[in-house]
Write a protein that binds this ligand. Structure first.
Ligand code: PSV
Ligand code: MN
Length: 442
């Protein structure tokens, strides 16, 4: 095995100030794993139809990393932070750059305003380009009060009974669009905590109408090549009603707003047992699916590692995505926004993100290898048993060598997690940034 601890004294260290991982380091690491990888891949190839096509799709597929997921997450009961967390936007870009260097599947970063206020757009853009990253969806924040703001969002933002509060929230969203334009982003996700905690607190209809009117003002500030993603969530922080509480409300708002507005599906934002794959299918059919926030959950919005609790559900969602996008001739990589929205309470955030990306890529690959013709024939025959067999055959195929091969061809690590640990990257980050760093976010 390649040595577990990198001998720093024998090597010209990578540019530690920016923690940029050099491809040669990864290549040397891959050499050790290559023979075993080839053996596993060879065993699979005969069974996979159009392996080259699958590999191309995997290489193109990029999942944006949210800037707020690079630090340790917490709950209202506490936060147990690790070390070496990024504080400045530049450091967050470097962390995503590290992930991307390892897996070649994280070529974008998603910023949350005001947790990340870009100061010098040109230098930040250059910094991101240096790591092969682009700016994915921008995110606004009217769910927290900021120190310098005039009106409170305690009773909502875009839904608020007071037009001055709504105006303040609209203006914030427009500012976020302006930041995004300067950085080359092409979309904004609006997630609203707006809702009510007790029956009678809110007139549901007025709250929705106010929200829609505010969203209309934001929509009219969108550049023509931008999209507005309306994210829904069943509950939390409001516990009686959420004004954008499910896909129906989001779909209604997006439909009324116009073609540039779409629904964003965060996997953790549904009531228990919701059939998310069916929601996805119908939204796609209506051209109203905008993007994804990937995570996994056992109970509610747990924000756990994608694919860690319900990998079969993730696969079924990708089955609908691939089928639905193909039926419309859509480009898997570019026609929807793909992003992780997870939190890491007990893991190294970068390790957890590597695991999430791997989980997503596995589910996507399994969906790509489904025998679509056979499935259609079985569905037309009402052959329920065969339908299940076809899906589960793909799900039970160990596609990890295919995902690894795509990464290898793109210049990434055969085993990103092993490489991350072997290179002792967290230790380096701690030595550069210190043990106690406080990252902005929740
Ligand atoms: C809300 O739970 C959410 O999913 C939204 O996407 C926010 O922007 C993000 O998490 C961070 O709070
Ligand atoms: Mn989300």
């Amino acid at each position: 095995m390649w040595m577990a601890v990198w001998p720093w004294h024998l090597y010209v260290k990578p540019k530690l100030e920016t923690m940029k991982l050099q491809e040669t380091l990864i290549a040397e690491y891959n050499d050790e794993l290559h023979a075993a990888h080839s053996r596993k891949l060879d065993a699979l190839t005969g069974d996979i139809h159009d392996l080259e096509g699958v590999l191309r799709k995997l290489t193109d597929f990029q999942i944006a990393i949210p800037s707020w997921a690079l630090g340790t997450g917490g709950t209202r009961f506490g936060r147990f932070s690790g070390g070496g967390e990024p504080v400045a936007i530049e450091e967050k870009i470097e962390d995503v750059g590290l992930l991307h260097a390892l897996n070649k599947s994280c070529g974008a970063i998603s910023l949350h305003i005001p947790w990340d206020i870009p100061q010098n757009y040109e230098s930040i853009k250059r910094h991101a380009q240096d790591f092969g990253l682009r700016f994915d969806a921008m995110n606004s924040n009217t769910f927290q009060d900021q120190a310098n703001q005039e009106y409170s969002y305690k009773f909502g933002s875009l839904q608020h009974v007071d037009p001055r509060v709504r105006k303040q929230a609209v203006n914030h969203n427009i500012e976020v669009i302006e930041h995004g334009v300067a950085l080359g982003s092409k979309s904004m996700t609006v997630w609203l905590a707006d809702g009510s905690c007790f029956p009678g607190q809110l007139n549901f209809r007025k709250a929705f109408e106010n929200t829609l009117e505010s969203l209309r003002e934001i929509y009219s500030a969108l550049p023509s090549d931008w999209q507005l993603f309306v994210e829904y969530k069943a509950f939390e922080p409001n516990f009686y009603s959420t004004t954008m509480g499910d896909w129906g409300q989001s779909f209604l708002a997006a439909t009324k707003l116009g073609p540039q507005a779409k629904t964003l599906v965060d996997l953790g934002h549904h009531l228990p047992n919701a059939n998310i794959e069916q929601i996805v299918s119908i939204l796609l059919m209506e051209d109203k699916l905008g993007g994804f926030h990937f995570n996994d959950s056992k109970y509610a919005d747990d924000d756990l590692t994608a694919g860690s609790i319900k990998p079969y559900q993730l696969f079924l969602i990708f089955n609908e995505l691939v089928e639905g996008m193909d039926s419309k001739g859509m480009n898997h990589a570019t026609d929807l926004g793909w992003m992780i929205d997870a939190s890491h309470n007990v893991k190294d955030p970068l390790e957890d993100l590597l695991q999430s990306v791997e989980g997503i890529m596995i589910a996507y690959t399994q969906a790509l290898i489904i025998d679509r013709d056979a499935l259609k024939a079985a569905q037309d025959d009402n052959d329920v048993v065969r339908c299940q067999e076809i899906l589960q055959h793909a799900f039970r195929t160990d596609v990890r060598p295919i995902v690894a091969e795509a990464r290898l061809r793109a210049g990434g690590a055969l085993d990103p997690l092993k490489c991350y640990r072997g290179l002792e990257i967290r230790k380096q980050l701690i030595s550069n940034r210190g043990l106690k760093t406080a990252v902005a976010g929740l």
